[in-house]
Design a protein around this ligand. Structure first.
Ligand SMILES: Cc1cc2nc3c(=O)[nH]c(=O)nc-3n(C[C@H](O)[C@H](O)[C@H](O)COP(=O)(O)OP(=O)(O)OC[C@H]3O[C@@H](n4cnc5c(N)ncnc54)[C@H](O)[C@@H]3O)c2cc1C
Length: 310
């Protein structure tokens, strides 16, 4: 009997340029990218992540390899010729128009991505790295999205402003019957974004307004954990929570990426993303303190105060 050998999705460098720049709020800028190459881009929606490749002063993208082994060739380049890569979420993709939106947090001039977005203009060139449309049924149409609640009865989505684009994209894709809570911490009251969500999902935008990053969102998740996660039938086992083995992650040296494999059935599913110190604290509290099973929670602590993305 013939059988199919599945192969990984292919990734490539897509040359694109800026079609529009929209200031959404004081700290969010939407950049719409376009280009003929996007005819081959494969979108899986939800929290799909891509890499953006930033131009180098005086060089642009002239040294950037664009063939199949672009990554190996990119790594072999001397430092001064290696374009910076950063990770962003596909906020939305319109294949017919070949347009892709990214919502950038404008956080000043400290990093190449934030610097680029504060100065970018219509027509500016960029490169993105993402999955290609499968060319055969043997290719898995996967593309770096992590949200996988299975048949959970309740969900939690929590994150800071860098996670807001992913949370909004997930909310807009949820089944109308979904029930749950969403906590999104943003710099100020004026940074709340309009988003569509199922009636049973309570979306709370939490303005930091000068408070320490992550504290207000962490407080909300603690309250959620003491009610929803600790309730009978949630799948958490508070009595043995302290005994749960949990290797700590040194978030100053490593990315905290603890994401369960998709499973069909679990009563509560949580997805938590943002600044690594804050996500680390929440992981410790939910797994060790409340006794949540790590198969119920995706923890993604990917940026760190004072550290550029590796
Ligand atoms: C899966 C995934 C999806 C992401 N999606 C998005 C997205 O859709 N939109 C988005 O804006 N970001 C997103 N991020 C976060 C983004 O990749 C980081 O914020 C990245 O560090 C920005 O790069 P940079 O070049 O501006 O700064 P870097 O060069 O990486 O860092 C320079 C300095 O800026 C600080 N810094 C970095 N980000 C911030 C911030 N947000 N606020 C304050 N200080 C900061 C660093 O601590 C460092 O001190 C995502 C990250 C991951 C892993």
């Amino acid at each position: 009997m013939p059988y199919l050998v599945l192969v990984a999705t292919r990734y490539r460098v897509f040359p694109v340029h800026v079609a529009s720049v929209t200031s959404l709020t004081p700290h969010f800028v939407r950049v719409t990218l376009t280009g003929d190459a996007l005819a081959d881009f494969s979108s899986v929606g939800l929290d799909q992540r891509i890499k953006i490749v930033l131009p180098l002063p005086g060089i642009g993208f002239s040294e950037l390899p664009e063939d199949d082994d672009w990554y190996g060739a990119w790594r072999a380049l001397p430092d001064e010729a290696r374009n910076p890569l950063r990770t962003y979420t596909v906020r939305s993709f319109r294949p017919d128009a070949r347009e892709l939106d990214i919502d950038f947090v404008a956080h000043g001039d400290a990093g190449p991505a934030s610097r680029w977005v504060s100065a970018c203009r219509v027509g500016d060139e960029l490169r993105i790295v993402g999955p290609m449309v499968p060319s055969s049924p043997a290719e898995l149409p996967t593309g770096a999205a992590e949200f996988a609640p299975g048949h959970a009865n309740r969900i939690l989505l929590a994150g800071d402003e860098t996670a807001a684009p992913a949370i909004c994209a997930i909310l807009e894709a949820l089944d109308v019957t979904t029930v749950g809570h969403v906590f999104i911490e943003v710099p100020t009251d004026a940074d709340r974004l309009p988003v569509r969500a199922p009636a049973g999902v309570e979306v709370r935008w939490i303005a930091r307004n000068g408070a320490t990053h992550g504290v207000r969102m962490t407080d909300q998740v603690h309250v959620w954990a003491s009610t929803v996660a600790a309730a009978p039938g949630s799948g958490a086992a508070p009595a043995c929570g302290d005994a749960v083995e949990l290797a700590d992650v040194d978030v100053d040296e490593q990315v905290l990426w603890d994401v369960p494999a998709p499973v069909e059935s679990r009563p509560v599913y949580a997805w938590i993303a943002g600044e690594a110190g804050c996500v680390k604290e929440l992981r410790r509290h939910l797994v060790r303190g409340v006794g949540m099973d790590r198969k119920q929670v995706a923890f993604m602590g990917y940026w760190r105060h004072g550290k550029a993305e590796h």
